[in-house]
Ligand binder design. Structure first.
Ligand code: WT7
Length: 653
């Protein structure tokens, strides 16, 4: 598979946007898209200047793009702006201070509303609280919080004073949090005493305490700022721990936004790659904000009276770009919900849409598959007529799920935008534009403005219509990552070295059809996509091998109806390889402790040996087939121990 990628799925159903939708869409004709897209590639300076000047710069930029030191880009060179001012102050200055920014609902049913003016005051107080603890521009701050309004405020407060936030999803373990704190050199952590999830309180502050302990004697953290959300008891370290509400009493609600250089780092967000430890993806202020602003506006066709709801947790890039920065840069009203989609009932999301009259709804295929499984009765009877546009992100969506989403949620009237992008890309890269694109189940369709997408083979040759190959991005774009925190070499190696000529390699396979639409075929590397979250086989293997019971482990993904892919671990145990339920349970729990429940293998198969090449490389291709219950095809001549395949198949319990 080094040259081309097989693909067999063909989908012929296609749905044009309705004339109603088209009539008011920001981008309303295919010609307009083509003209703008062409300009964005041929004259990026002109195109992006036209967009960027809509943001409130504190100092104008000179050059739009400096690509002379590729693959290190500089966008909007020497400009100064502040991301929190883009999200808040400009709307208040424009007279929209009373517009609702966030309609928040907690899992237990408590509700809060914040206008843009109220958000600004809260963010300024939060920023002053950080300053009161000596936190300043350039410091790294980890954020480990539930989906409460203070999470969005914490992110924007960091941005306001120029501190670099590193949000860690609240489902990660203490070890995973500790690794991220250490790698980023975070001096502060913002957390909460707890958060509600499926009727239980997640003890976030406990996890932070454990993480800080794990960081050891040289732990850089001097402050743990804790927001009170629950009545959860927490340990208290008088030197380090501060209650947010107590600190607030000492600060005022005016805090001038720090003028940030376009290329000052706005945030770090860790993501898995095929090898090594998680990578601290670096995004900078100017380009990221321009990208988040424009993609939100066009892909979601956002209008002043829309009620937008992106269900992603702010712990992931989707929550950064389409809960915090994109919608707020556009002055949108949005819904934010703390808890699980099935708490207290499986109809919770549809109740929220009904209650808040959500018009644009953005979620993940794994959630859609869960809704389908839970049954139509949870949707029936809910008034979803406020919806006008639906979106999905995170993994390829299966056509049945897409059709169900269109029919059952969208009432066959709402276009669906299947948005392809990554933590690294900062914003949506390939997606339908809802007013113009004929959409098909499973098709991400058109490159967004500024995105020069192509399908290449392993040698960099462009492939023809419907030939599966590697997705490539041939030009820089404003919201692109600016590097990996502390690892320039790995940045170049991972993303820019597959082909010569500074072409970006995202790690996905794709094909382009006769209409020029892109179809994403999934990852081509050792990354497993579980419920739209990237996990590397290597990380899960390292977690397994760190347990005394394990000699060697190989981890692969297999298709799963609900989570897209599920993790299957083949493990050589220290003792006997008979399938022992207690060993399996111990190992699953161990992975949950090391990385988090999201990385927990669905299956652990104990074995005497792993299929290897004569040079000692694990043959994952064969393991993937075995895990999926498929026949093992392809070249077997290099396998050193063919007999092991029989045992592995038999271990299928
Ligand atoms: C990987 C990026 C972007 C936010 C969520 C995940 C897969 C993402 C799609 C889509 C097919 C998709 C890709 C990509 N992916 N969206 N619409 N269709 N695959 O961000 O954790 O950085 O993962 O998710 O494989 O490379 P991420």
């Amino acid at each position: 598979m080094t040259q081309k990628i097989d693909n067999i799925l063909r989908e012929s159903r296609a749905f044009p946007p309705s004339s109603d939708f088209k009539a008011t869409a920001h981008v309303a004709s295919i010609e307009q898209y083509q003209r703008l897209h062409k300009q964005s590639l041929e004259q990026p300076e002109v195109f992006w200047d036209g967009v960027a000047k809509e943001l409130p710069w504190m100092k104008p930029y000179g050059q739009v793009l400096d690509w002379s030191e590729a693959p290190n880009a500089r966008w909007f060179v020497d400009g100064k702006l502040n991301a929190s001012a883009v999200c808040l102050d400009q709307h208040i200055e424009a007279g929209h201070g009373d517009k609702v920014a966030i309609l928040w609902e907690g899992e237990p049913g408590d509700r809060k509303t914040f206008t843009y003016s109220e958000m600004l005051a809260a963010v300024c107080r939060f920023a002053n609280a950080l300053k009161a603890r000596g936190i300043k521009k350039g410091d790294r701050i980890a954020i480990y919080m539930p989906m409460i309004p203070e999470l969005a405020m914490a992110v924007l407060a960091c941005a306001r004073i120029g501190a670099i936030h590193s949000v860690v999803f609240g489902g990660f373990s203490a070890q995973a949090l500790a690794d991220r704190i250490t790698d980023g050199g975070c001096i502060g952590v913002i957390t909460s005493d707890g958060g509600w999830r499926r009727g239980k309180v997640l003890p976030l502050k406990h996890v932070v305490d454990a993480a800080v302990d794990l960081c050891g004697a040289h732990c850089p953290v001097h402050t743990v700022l804790t927001v009170k959300r629950t009545e959860n008891e927490t340990k208290w370290n008088a030197e380090r721990d501060v209650w947010y509400h107590e600190l607030l009493e000492q600060v005022d609600d005016v805090c001038e936004p720090e003028p940030m250089d376009s290329e000052d780092v706005l945030f770090l967000l860790y993501t898995s790659g095929s090898t090594g430890k998680p990578k601290g993806i670096m995004h900078t202020t100017g380009g990221y904000m321009v990208g988040a602003y424009l993609s939100t506006r066009h892909v979601f066709d956002l209008k002043a009276d829309d009620v937008f709801w992106c269900t992603a947790d702010v712990g992931w890039i989707t929550g950064h770009s389409y809960v915090v920065y994109g919608p707020m840069a556009n002055g949108a009203t949005q819904v934010m919900y703390e808890g699980a989609p099935n708490a207290p009932t499986e109809g919770r999301f549809w109740e929220l849409i009904e209650r808040y009259k959500v018009s644009v709804f953005y979620t993940a295929p794994t959630a859609i598959r869960a809704f389908m499984k839970w049954g139509d009765q949870h949707v029936d009877g809910k008034d979803l007529s406020s919806l006008r546009l639906l979106g999905t992100v995170g993994e390829p969506i299966n056509p049945e799920a897409w059709m169900w989403y269109r029919k059952k949620i969208g009432g066959e009237r709402c276009p669906i935008v299947d948005t392809w992008w990554q933590t690294e890309t900062g914003g949506i890269m390939i997606s339908p534009l809802p007013g113009i694109t004929e959409t098909s189940p499973g098709c991400a369709s058109l490159p967004f403005f500024g995105v020069d997408a192509a399908i290449l083979d392993g040698d960099g040759n462009e492939l023809g219509e419907n030939e599966g190959g590697f997705l490539a991005i041939r030009k820089p774009w404003p919201s692109m990552l600016r590097g990996l925190w502390g690892d320039e070499e790995r940045y170049r190696e991972t993303y820019w070295s597959k082909w010569p000529g500074n072409i970006y390699f995202p790690g996905d396979g794709a094909r382009r059809d006769e209409k020029g639409h892109f179809w994403i075929l999934g990852r081509v590397d050792d990354v497993i996509n579980v419920s739209g979250h990237r996990l590397s086989t290597m990380e899960v293997e390292s977690a397994l091998v760190s347990h005394d019971l394990v000699v060697e482990a190989a981890v692969v993904g297999r298709p799963d109806d609900l989570t897209g892919e599920a993790i299957v671990a083949f493990v050589i145990p220290a003792g006997s390889a008979t399938q022992d339920a207690s060993v399996v349970k111990t190992l699953k729990e161990h992975v949950a402790v090391e990385i988090g429940k999201l990385a927990c293998p669905a299956e652990v198969r104990l074995t005497d040996a792993l299929p290897k090449t004569r040079s000692g490389k694990i043959m994952r291709r064969l393991l993937r087939d075995i895990a999926a219950g498929r026949e093992q095809k392809g070249d077997m001549s290099t396998i050193e121990n063919p007999a092991i395949l029989e045992q592995l198949r038999a271990a299928d319990v």
